[in-house]
Design a protein around this ligand. Structure first.
Ligand code: ADP
Ligand code: MG
Length: 696
């Protein structure tokens, strides 16, 4: 029988929840910032915005009932008075804060009409000596008091094995710093950690908070090295796996499709096609990301890769994140490939969650027998019940919408468990170089860097919602010319708090303003069949205007649509705006994107929203957009699903630590070759069990 799990108190549970299991995890849990509790300030010297510690006596205490119930406590330190304001408090707080009590209070000083104030300061009875060194403040979570966490971290630091893992004689990660500062050498790991966790009495706040300090540099270098090592390990492990080699064949589907296409491939499409073909011809699984701006023509490149696999007698699967997108791929691929597959007794199968049982059973049979050479669908493609006869190539569209687990599931679909399928992921959200070098170091990347010819650039206008009428006028003119329009709203139901215009209401208002125009409504809560019917009317051109929530965000391709209106554009993320804009400008007609913004009650837009809209107006280039998006959002959010479960960089900042990243990239392969033991130890120390996730 298994031993029952030990009883944990809430703080211990919180530690585990934060991933702080091992001594080394605790030792590497570094302070967010430091507090200076070594000094008592005089209230009279404190300026607005200063965070200070004072010692003062309570002169007045009352529970006020102004707009909200609150505890107001006046303290006096002899130089000045200050009001402490608490919106949440317990009877025990009131007791400590009773008139006459001598307190040590820490908080940010706010000026104000009624004199100095502190909102929810930290306080305790004044007693005992002041600490002699700065106090570290650790990233924490609910139910985990700083004092407990601090003790746990110091305990972990004492017990953890901090032996050096950087190989002897390895290149210096920080030559610039050493020469600038005249320091002789970099910090050892144990020195760096004890410096950051246990600041000596003479260390200043500035030295600790400046992450260029040698102690920080050491940790950032370590962290980046762990990331590079684990990705390289994953890549090398994958290179040991076997995949069916798929050599391109003449006179097959590949040639057939090329001949049937109504356009010539761009040079970029040909180039990435060749890169993919070279991977497929090898007996090791491809792990490639195909990135190209919206509308750059990734689908046809994927279809050609699928032809190569089918020509070699294997099956292919294409997975898309939404049913609308999967449906669109299906139609396009059926139109291209069915005429070529039918004479061979093969077909394209279709799998989604909303499918009728009978149809689904038929599809599953065709997939199992191999009659379905190509399977297109949503997440349904990776469900357990789906058994392929011989899957050799998995294509994932809009890969950033899928998580690691889903990608792993698709790869496990290989029949006999010996051969792995080749994997090609597609994205219209290109990965900036620094991210590609760090988080995606294990991935090969192909880039389509040109659009098909004949596209006119999209003109983007940022317009205040007050000028809505003019926009509607413009829609009328466009529709009169036979063009089609998207109108995107952010939410489907009125939310009082956000006061967003609801798609249904907008649909009604536009229908009234544009009599005689067929106007559709599309939102995520509609039944799938209805969604598809609406989408079909829009695709065939009989619907002039489509009001929609962001369900049309990814991949939808209707070349006759030439105007995209995005309402409350200030609420969208940059990549999302770019994706939405990419729904137009797909045909030869001049296209435009109108970003309607509303400032609500505020006189102006917030700074971040303004930066986003400005970026949209300034550039159509998906790479530039991605770069600015990363700048605005930071890597955590930018990476999204890829990182669920996988560790983000905690200390290194790709913006400023490019040199350390280069160092880690250069060292990782040498270290794996020459010091595999140290490499192993290093990865285990930093990533523990999390490294598994990188293998996806
Ligand atoms: P995305 O890269 O955004 O997935 P799609 O694959 O949907 O782009 O392609 C966008 C449109 O461009 C489609 O209508 C497609 O048929 C068309 N297209 C793709 N390649 C070319 C080309 N070389 N010349 C002209 N049109 C093309
Ligand atoms: Mg696409």
């Amino acid at each position: 029988m298994a031993t029952p799990p030990p009883k944990l108190n809430p703080a211990q549970k919180a530690l585990l929840k934060m991933g702080l299991r091992r001594d080394i995890d605790l030792a590497l849990h570094l302070p967010l910032r430091y507090e200076d509790e070594t000094r008592i300030s005089r209230l009279a010297d404190a300026r607005e915005g200063d965070t200070v510690q004072i010692e003062a006596t309570v002169t007045h205490s009352e529970v006020g009932l102004q707009s909200r119930r609150q505890l107001l406590v006046t303290v006096d330190d002899g130089s000045d008075t200050c009001t402490l304001r608490f919106f949440s408090f317990y009877p025990s707080h009131q007791k400590t804060l009773a008139v006459g009590a001598r307190l040590r209070v820490r908080g940010e000083v706010k000026g104000g009409f009624l004199g100095k104030q502190m909102l929810h300061p930290v306080f305790k009875l004044a007693s005992g000596d002041l600490p002699t060194a700065l106090t570290p403040v650790y990233p924490s979570t609910a139910g985990l008091p700083q004092a407990y966490l601090r003790r746990a971290v110091l305990g972990g630091l004492k017990r953890a094995n901090l032996s050096e893992t950087l190989p002897p004689g390895c290149p210096n990660y920080n030559p610039g710093y050493l020469s600038q500062t005249g320091l002789q050498r970099n910090y050892y790991l144990h020195e760096a950690l004890s410096f950051l966790h246990n600041p000596a009495p003479d260390v200043s706040l500035a030295a600790l908070e400046d992450r260029s300090h040698p102690a920080w540099q050491r940790l950032k270098a370590e962290e980046l090295l762990a990331q590079q090592l684990s990705q390289l390990q994953a890549k090398r492990a994958r290179d040991l796996l076997q995949a069916p080699p798929l050599a391109a064949r003449e006179d097959g589907l590949l040639d057939g499709l090329r001949a049937a296409l109504p356009f010539a491939l761009t040079a970029a499409q040909q180039r990435v096609g060749a890169e993919i073909a070279a991977d497929l011809a090898l007996p090791i699984p491809m792990n490639r990301l195909l990135q190209g701006d919206v509308g750059s023509g990734k689908t046809v490149v994927a279809a050609l890769a699928a032809c190569t696999a089918m020509d070699a007698g294997w099956q292919c699967a294409l997975m898309a994140p939404t049913e609308i997108l999967a449906d669109q791929h299906f139609r396009k691929l059926v139109a291209w490939l069915e005429p070529l597959l039918a004479p061979l007794g093969k077909c394209v199968a279709w799998l989604t969650g909303s499918q009728k049982t009978k149809q689904r059973r038929e599809m599953l049979e065709k997939i199992a027998s191999g009659e379905a050479a190509l399977v297109v669908g949503t997440h349904a493609v990776i469900q357990e019940k789906v058994v392929f006869k011989n899957l050799a190539l998995a294509l994932i569209d809009e890969q950033h919408r899928f998580g690691v687990a889903q990608r792993l599931a698709l790869r496990s679909k290989m029949v006999d468990g010996v051969l792995e399928p080749h994997l090609l992921m597609m994205t219209a959200t290109p990965i900036p170089r620094t991210l590609a070098m760090s988080y995606y170091a294990d991935l090969d990347v192909s880039t389509i860097d040109e659009l098909p010819p004949g596209r006119t650039p999209i003109v983007t206008k940022v317009i205040n919602d007050a000028r809505r009428e003019e926009v509607i006028e413009r829609i009328r003119a466009q529709i009169a010319q036979g063009r089609q329009i998207y109108w995107v709203c952010p939410l489907i139901e009125e939310s009082e708090a956000l006061d967003l215009r609801n798609a249904t209401e907008t649909h009604a208002a536009l229908s009234e303003a544009l009599p005689g125009v067929l106007i559709g409504l599309l939102h995520s809560r509609m039944p799938v069949a209805e969604k598809k019917a609406v989408m079909a009317l829009f695709t065939e051109g009989s619907m002039g205007l489509l009001v929609s929530t962001t369900v049309i965000e990814v991949g939808v391709d209707v070349p006759n649509a030439s105007l995209m209106v995005i309402e409350h554009a200030e609420r969208f993320g940059l990549s999302q705006l770019h994706q939405l804009r990419g729904r137009v400008g797909r045909g030869a007609a001049a296209s435009a994107c109108v970003l309607l913004y509303s400032t609500g009650d505020a006189p102006r837009l917030g700074q971040i929203a303004r930066a986003r809209l400005q970026a949209m107006a300034e550039t159509n280039d998906g790479f530039e957009i991605a770069r600015r998006d990363l700048e605005i959002r930071g890597p955590g959010e930018f990476l999204g699903a890829r990182q669920s479960g996988a560790p983000l960089l905690r200390f290194a900042d790709l913006e400023t630590d490019g040199e350390l990243l280069e160092w880690a990239r250069a060292l990782a392969p040498q270290m794996l070759d020459r010091y595999p033991h140290l490499a192993e130890q290093h990865v285990l120390r930093w990533l523990g069990g999390k490294a598994e996730y990188l293998k996806a």
